[in-house]
Write a protein that binds this ligand. Structure first.
Ligand SMILES: [Zn+2]
Length: 258
């Protein structure tokens, strides 16, 4: 059987047809684009309209806060380095289940990534604490400008994540590496410097049983307890809380704020 050879005129016709189709498709795509023009190249488009925070509240005392000032058998739980999409919601559920409150020392960088967790924390009656933008553990050795950017920037990130002016009554230095300069700057920005009296050492991941034992050993009326809802796997912290929350209640403790 003989094959018909496609002669030049047919080749040109096909080429013109394909070119026309490609051109029309391109034009259609370009014409449809304006609807997507608002979106930036970032993977997630901004979820909230632009928000400019009001000026910070009046200055407070720069002294370190290590205890709850509420009278009676009160314990103040604090969770650092979040918010974290895996652990913060679980911890919030556990706290709600036991009618407990806590203070969340958030990183500005995390807050901006997960703004819905910031609003959730507030909606459940918890308090916010500024834990700087990026958790620089050597912050006390940095320049004035850098320290300002980390502390005031963290405060601003929380406001922007919340999408409205929200109270941030505390500041906590990364790794508890305090200096007078850090406390003074935070105080000027209306934030008390929040230390702790009991380090659960959950950040060393010693196992849930060890975390429970450390907290049980150290707790006393007015204790401020350091825990973490982010910064690494926190299953141990969650498991420890499942035991600690009912235990603290059984010991007659109320949950309060520093
Ligand atoms: Zn931290």
């Amino acid at each position: 059987m003989r094959y018909r050879v496609l002669r030049p005129p047919y080749c040109y016709r096909w080429a013109v047809l394909i070119l026309a189709l490609v051109t029309m498709t391109t034009l259609a795509v370009v014409a449809l684009r304006p609807s997507a023009q608002g979106a930036s190249a970032a993977p997630t488009p901004p979820r909230r309209p632009a928000f400019t925070p009001a000026p910070p509240p009046p200055p407070v005392e720069p002294a370190l806060v290590r205890h709850s000032s509420e009278p009676g058998r009160v314990v103040a739980l604090t969770f650092d380095d979040g918010p974290d999409p895996a652990h913060t919601p679980r911890i919030l559920d556990l706290l709600s289940e036991h009618d407990a409150v806590a203070t969340f020392c958030m990183l500005g960088s995390q807050a901006r990534r997960y703004p819905e967790l910031v609003t959730d924390v507030l909606a459940r009656g918890m308090r916010l604490c500024d834990h700087t933008v990026s958790h620089d553990q050597e912050l006390r050795t940095r320049s004035e400008q850098r320290v300002m950017a980390e502390i005031v920037g963290g405060w601003t990130d929380l406001q922007i994540a919340a999408g409205e002016d929200v109270p941030v009554p505390y500041f906590r230095a990364p790794a508890g590496n305090w200096s007078e300069r850090l406390s003074t700057l935070a105080a000027r920005h209306g934030m008390r410097s929040l230390a702790w009296s009991v380090d659960s050492r959950d950040w060393t991941r010693p196992g849930a049983a060890r975390i429970v034992a450390t907290v049980k050993d150290g707790v006393e009326p007015g204790a401020v307890i350091l825990l973490h809802d982010a910064g690494g796997p926190r299953e141990e912290t969650v498991a420890a809380l499942e035991e600690l929350l009912p235990w603290l209640r059984a010991q007659g403790y109320q949950f309060g704020f520093p």
